[in-house]
Ligand binder design. Sequence first.
Ligand SMILES: Nc1ncnc2c1ncn2[C@@H]1O[C@H](COP(=O)(O)OP(=O)(O)OP(=O)(O)O)[C@@H](O)[C@H]1O
Ligand SMILES: [Mg+2]
Length: 151
Amino acid sequence: MLARPTATYVLPDLAATEALAARVARAMRPGDAILLEGPLGAGKSAFARALLRAAAADPALEVPSPTFTLVQTYDTARGVVHHYDLWRLDGPAALDELGWDDATADIVLVEWPDRLGHLSPADSLRIALEPEGEGRRATLSGWPGRLEALP
Ligand SMILES: Nc1ncnc2c1ncn2[C@@H]1O[C@H](COP(=O)(O)OP(=O)(O)OP(=O)(O)O)[C@@H](O)[C@H]1O
Ligand SMILES: [Mg+2]
């Protein structure tokens, strides 16, 4: 078993969140699961939007919150990315209908990943966001060998 490396970043403003999201976007590849944790207003959607815009190399890319559809799919230069917001998920069984099995062959980017239950991928990158002063703190864990070398 490889240890789960951990890295902490202080993100004083939204631009810092966007810069970190762009670094994760550069490192991601098909088969990856990126799990965004944190309370309401922690900045999960802002992180996801910045990651998708960086991956698509399109700073104006529309990234609607998938709060109601639960998933939105993007074809990016880094691969196909499925953006899930599972806040309203009705238990892990409902993930079947959202194409979860096939999606994990691509890149999955998940808000409220605690809803995944036993379907939570073991080798994911977990990103926990929390308020710190006026900004945020991000704790990244997972991706042994890659986290240390984030581009
Ligand atoms: N590093 C940061 N510093 C300051 N503000 C930030 C930072 N990152 C994000 N924000 C701001 O935090 C607010 C909430 O962000 P966002 O909507 O992404 O949170 P969320 O975690 O998706 O919340 P919810 O769970 O309610 O959907 C936004 O106004 C966003 O611009
Ligand atoms: Mg959100």
